[in-house]
Design a protein around this ligand. Sequence first.
Ligand code: ADQ
Length: 474
Amino acid sequence: MGGRLVVVSNRIPTEAEPSGGLVVALHSALCAKGGIWIGSHPDLSEAPSAQLQPIGNEQRYTRLAFQITQREHEEFYLGFANSVLWPVCHRRGDLVDFKRSFQNAYMEVNKRLARLIVDVVEPDDLIWIQDYHFFPLASELRKLGFTGRIGFFLHIPFPTLGDLGALPESANLADWLADYDLVGLQTRADVARCLEMFRSQNQAEVMLDGRIKYGAQVFSVRSFPIGIDVKAFARAASQTPTGADLGPDMRGEYILGVDRLDYSKGLPNRFRAFAQYLEKRPDKDRRVSLLQIAPPTREEVMAYKQIRSELEELAGRLNGTHAELDWTPLRYIHRNINRDLLARLYRGARVGMVTPLADGMNLVAKEYVAAQDPDDPGVLVLSHLAGAAEDLTEALLVNPYDIEGMSDALSQALDMPLEERKRRYTACMDQVEKTDVNVWCNSFISALEACEAPLGWGNSTMNHNPRKTLKPAT
Ligand code: ADQ
């Protein structure tokens, strides 16, 4: 089937050979199919230009950047995307900070981007839009006359009907999603919540083949669990014998947490569960430490400032209570770590602790599994509220609100016999391999290619080069 792949994401990679599982998978798909990657570039000048700007020297596909202004960064990115949509999708309606100007900026950026995109796409291109920054982008492209196939993938949880009530009426997720041909979500539970939203709408009908009819539109909602580059991660983790180059402090037993410093990641309860484990541990001579790596993000947003100071207070109290002259139980690092070192830290950790309160998938859980030594694997303690728990059922599943339960799971993981560790690791690793990042990327693209979308441009009076005659939306 013809047609180029056109990927749209909030940020565009600027390196020639980008790193990070998702970015690498999209880069490989674009190299194989040819096409365009469109995203915002943080270093472009302040005023948005009238067209997308080519960046980089990549020969196999084109990278095109758009600009957002400082005001748009505050109102579109930090505002509507990360102070409204992010908390709504992560079941934290209490943290929603809504202003009309945020929603206006969100719509303006999506409208402007749609106008820039129609100038570079062809009718049989496949457009694949990534994530919550661009929910209304298909609607804006349709208004400009594009009727080719458009897919959307949501990386974060699909909100419950109750949580959707925190959105303003004019931000109608159902209207926005119905303009896609294929809506991809992380898990089967996300699909169930999305269908529940459509079932609550009068004009929606879930058809016998599973597609949704919404007014005149027919489209599909399916789960495509995202994964990692398993081989690359396992290779990086096994390059150095466990602990050998990690410094003297890392040779003891440690529990590892790796998360962006986000309130959805459940870090305060993780610290509390570890403190409780230390209080209750049967063998007082056993010095297990917790290494928590948590680089700050979105620091301008109040809820992120608050979580940072809450954690600093908890960490200080925990170490003040439990540290000894020659032992610090909690090491808490606010930095990004080189990925090879990260892989070795995963491999050296007796326990990988991944306990978000809500998470679309959680790639750290999969990276921890992929990095283990098959002959002496560590144990993954995983929140049942992470998308990853839908398939990694042989991890030690915990409720991240139950601090005693998590503290018990830590004891169980640290004392687990080798045979049980191997059995659980093998089952988890099977799943991680089955749903790696290339499977995710290729299965989404094949499903989008298989969608029957009328090709061409909406207005039949626009014939041979309709794009030139399209009027920008007002
Ligand atoms: P995130 O919320 O960012 O992703 P996650 O899936 O765990 O969460 O991915 C984080 C990535 O950043 C991992 O690859 C991890 O190794 C890396 N990382 C974290 N801290 C790091 C550090 N200090 N140094 C280096 N690397 C670090 C969103 C959704 C998730 C979904 C992904 C992909 O919130 O639910 O799994 O997108 O769809």
